[in-house]
Design a binder for this molecule. Structure first.
Ligand code: B12
Ligand code: SF4
Length: 453
């Protein structure tokens, strides 16, 4: 069945200061739709907010519209977009999917949506391209479905990057990393994945519920072919747990090396994996891994236990040492949880200083629906706002246990200012960060705090 398919990537509900990445899921779905003989259009609404209206003015009418959902803050945006689509194209079928549709299908406006897909979507999407979807006459007809047996391998055709060629120059990292490299000035960035989901079950994390608890790996030859096809020299791996299967990650690194691929790569990793497999990290450094986000989360083993992180403080310290030795820049993420006292804030700062972090990121613990933490805090009545614009991992949305919210925010601001202070830099506590790199961060975080408060 040859259909006219329209793919939409929504706007995000926040100032995304670190960059705009390609709408990978829609590039994958475009490739699948084309394999099924469909005619495909794509609008990246972040860069082209009026793209749908323009298409409609031209007389374009899709048979099937696929819209992805990103995160919790995007729920109202996705609902608004669904309404717009139904107004422009009342007879077209609108399907939504993605992490947020999986976590909270009930929050989406069924009046304007014909089908909600939970969990892995590549196979379901192929079926929909083959069979088509009938637009519902009433909201009661809108169904929620999921792949009854998602394949163990996460396999899909080469993402269709021709469909995003018109936007491509805008897909880049803005954030200043260390100076001296092109990425340090911000630069064109390609985005892909090696795996989907995570085998761990951290209490604050939305990844495992959003992926129905699955952890799937892509076939190595598919990844190699994709990296070979990507024009950008800088690649962001959006995986949540790239190195959970060390054997797989090792074989993949070998295959990338043997294919002669030369890219600068950024990715994510757990502290314990780094400690257990320093050789694997070295191997990945050798093929281009330069930046690694590490979920440090807390600076005490007791707190890590509460988060069900399954790491300890020693591993946190050891993993950072290992990365420094290899030459991979760590981007440690530390959670600012509502039970922190003034001493806890000081401990976090001390940890940052002692370990001479180049790029520490302190993130307010934000309980998202679907996570274990959300249920806990909801039951305790400690969630202080339902305004989704505050659920962007930048604001404290929980009532602090030991101080007022105002005091808590000022402790948090103080931590940020101390972290990015001249005092830390001049005492040589910012690792290898150069003056220009430090200055960029210094300005950025001050503008950010001003915006937040
Ligand atoms: C890439 C990414 C971004 C990009 C934006 C997207 C882009 N392409 O440019 C960037 C880096 C800019 C970004 C920014 C942010 N992000 Co973000 N991001 C991601 C990330 C890493 C990957 C998402 C993705 O594209 N995956 C690739 C596709 C192929 O996989 P997928 O979406 O799972 O799709 C599969 C299924 O879900 C399904 N499916 C998906 N869509 C559809 C649609 C249809 C029609 C169908 C049928 C099926 C279907 O089929 C696919 C194949 O199986 C996720 C984490 C993750 N690994 O999922 C976080 C994530 C979505 N981001 C998150 C957050 C919090 C943010 C930020 C707020 C962080 C911050 N503080 O700055 C910002 C700002 C966003 C905002 N609201 O303002 C959270 C959202 C949590 C939540 N539920 O609210 C996540 C889950 C990260 C996390 N660990 O918590 N992000
Ligand atoms: S925080 Fe990391 S390790 Fe924990 S469940 Fe989420 S993705 Fe997995």
């Amino acid at each position: 069945m040859s259909q006219r398919v329209l793919l939409l990537f929504p706007q995000l509900n926040n100032l995304v200061f670190f960059g705009v990445y390609e709408p990978l899921v829609m590039e994958i779905f475009s490739a699948i739709a084309k394999e099924e003989g469909c005619e495909v259009e794509l609008v990246d609404l972040r860069l082209d907010p009026h793209g749908c209206k323009r298409l409609a003015r031209r007389g374009y009418i899709p048979d099937l519209i696929g819209l992805t959902t990103h995160g919790f803050p995007e729920v109202p945006i996705v609902n608004r977009m669904a309404r717009t689509c139904k107004k422009l194209w009342p007879t077209s079928a609108l399907v939504i999917g993605g992490g947020q549709a999986t976590l909270t299908p009930e929050l989406f406006d069924r009046q304007y949506i014909d089908l909600i897909v939970r969990g892995p979507g590549e196979r379901v999407w192929r079926d929909l391209c083959r069979t088509g979807v009938t637009a519902c006459a009433t909201s009661a007809e809108c169904r929620t479905i999921e792949d009854p047996e998602p394949p163990r391998l996460y396999s899909y055709p080469l993402p269709d990057r021709q469909i995003t060629a018109k936007y491509r120059k805008h897909y880049k990292t803005n954030i200043p990393h260390h100076t001296g490299r092109p990425w340090g000035r911000g630069g064109r960035t390609g985005f892909t994945l090696l795996t989907q989901g995570c085998p761990f079950r951290c209490s604050f994390c939305v990844i495992w519920p959003a992926n129905l608890g699955l952890y799937r790996k892509r076939p190595i030859p598919e990844i190699v072919a994709e990296l070979q096809s990507m024009e950008e020299s800088y690649i962001y791996l959006g995986d949540d747990n790239t190195f959970a299967d060390a054997k797989y990650a090792g074989e993949l690194a070998d295959a990338i090396r043997d294919a002669g691929i030369k890219k600068e790569i950024s990715s994510y990793c757990r502290a314990d994996h780094i400690c257990k497999h320093p050789d694997l990290m070295q191997k990945w450094y050798d093929i281009g891994l330069r930046y690694l986000v590490i979920g440090i989360e807390a600076v005490s083993t007791e707190k890590l236990k509460q988060f069900n992180k399954k790491t300890d403080q020693e591993q946190n310290v050891q993993s950072l040492r290992t990365l420094r030795k290899i030459g991979i820049f760590a981007i440690p993420h530390i959670l600012i949880s509502p039970d922190m006292t003034v001493k806890d804030f000081d401990d976090v700062y001390r940890f940052i200083e002692e370990n001479e972090f180049e790029y520490p990121v302190t993130v307010p613990l934000t309980p998202l629906p679907g996570t274990a933490d959300y249920n806990t805090y909801k039951a305790q009545g400690r969630i202080i706002t339902d305004n989704l614009a505050f659920y962007t991992f930048m604001y404290m949305v929980l009532r602090p246990a030991h101080m007022s919210l105002r005091e808590f925010d000022s402790q948090y601001d103080r931590l940020i200012f101390r972290t990015w202070s001249w005092s830390r830099f001049l005492r040589g506590k910012c690792g290898k960060l150069k003056l220009l790199g430090f200055m960029k961060w210094w300005v950025l975080v001050r503008v950010l705090v001003l915006k937040l408060r």
